[in-house]
Design a protein around this ligand. Structure first.
Ligand code: C2E
Ligand code: MG
Ligand code: MG
Ligand code: MG
Length: 279
């Protein structure tokens, strides 16, 4: 929250704080119009089975380019959207785009895949989330088994009981959930049993040095083994090299995504990649 302070109070802000606050305001103001000015679009990153090498999923990732700001990274504008509440309309829009795209690819006869959509903790805590997701699936004509919601461990920090209730409601509606950036939070292990998640996304910070760092090897291998014994699917994020891929395959990780296969792609390029494996 930016302080609504008189001119003189600004002496309490450091220059860096002032800059950050100004940037935040600038982003929020510009974000308000991003949807109606059609400055947002969605790119899709392939998720590949380590067993078959085939594309089994796509992660929808939001992109924003505004004339006055250029391309802004989601790492910067998602937090601004969350703090301002704009993540609710923007998140709904992303979800609908991704669901519509998944329906379109099915209609085009492309190999079926699961569409993964990132969900902010703010969206997750909205009272009508399960209904809202079902409504979008229904309106766009996509069966729920083709959708996966990516949540972070953060969703459960404030209110574990509420999070469990929401997850149960989503699960009852046939909507799958994965835990994004797994391993970077602390609450996970004790809650995993209670959460109705079906997939863990191993955070890219553990994958990065997997070929050289013994500790990272141990962590990733432990996550995969724990997931297997709990009956959960695993996917590794940020896979950039064949060495990383081979280690993950040896450890029986189920899936991977990363620049080694493909960066996130505009719909038509994703389609081209997907249609190459039609047979
Ligand atoms: P995330 O969901 O963990 O997404 C993975 C990020 O890693 C993406 O960054 C992706 O482009 C990047 N990435 C993929 N493969 C590689 C790789 O091999 N190497 C490296 N270094 N990076 C790779 P991106 O698209 O900038 O998104 C950043 C974060 O912003 C996402 O992390 C997610 O938390 C958030 N985000 C993006 N789109 C949405 C959205 O529609 N809604 C919400 N709530 N959050 C979003
Ligand atoms: Mg994600
Ligand atoms: Mg992630
Ligand atoms: Mg992330």
């Amino acid at each position: 929250q930016v302080k609504r302070a008189g001119r003189h109070d600004f002496r309490f802000f450091t220059a860096a704080m002032q800059q950050r606050a100004a940037r935040h305001l600038q982003l929020v103001n510009a974000l308000r119009y991003a949807l109606e000015r059609q400055q947002l679009h969605v790119v899709y990153q392939p998720q590949v089975s380590l067993k078959t090498g085939r594309i089994v999923g796509a992660e929808a990732l939001l992109r924003w380019t505004a004339p006055e700001l250029g391309a802004v990274s989601p790492a910067e504008f998602i937090p601004a959207a969350e703090e301002s509440g704009l993540i609710i309309p923007i998140g709904d829009w992303v979800l609908r785009q991704a669901v519509r795209q998944a329906r379109q690819w099915l209609d085009d006869g492309l190999p079926p895949l699961v569409m993964a959509v990132n969900l902010s903790a703010v969206q997750f805590r909205a009272a009508d989330l399960p209904h809202q997701v079902s409504q979008i699936l229904y309106e766009e004509g996509l069966p729920p088994e083709y959708l996966e919601l990516e949540l972070t461990e953060g969703v459960a920090v404030q209110d574990p009981q509420g999070a469990i209730a929401t997850m149960n409601a989503l699960h009852d509606r046939g909507i799958r959930m994965s835990i994004d950036d797994f391993g970077t939070g602390f609450s996970s292990l004790s809650h995993l049993k209670k959460f109705k998640v079906y997939k863990l996304k191993i955070d890219q910070s553990f994958v990065r040095d997997i070929s050289t760092d013994a500790e990272d090897k141990a962590i990733v291998s432990a996550i995969i083994n724990m997931a297997r014994s709990l009956g959960l699917t695993t996917i590794a994020e940020g896979v950039e090299t064949v060495e990383q891929l081979e280690f993950l395959r040896e450890q029986l990780c189920d899936e991977m995504q990363g620049y080694h296969i493909s960066k996130p792609l505009p719909p038509q390029e994703f389609e081209a990649l997907l249609s190459k494996q039609r047979d």
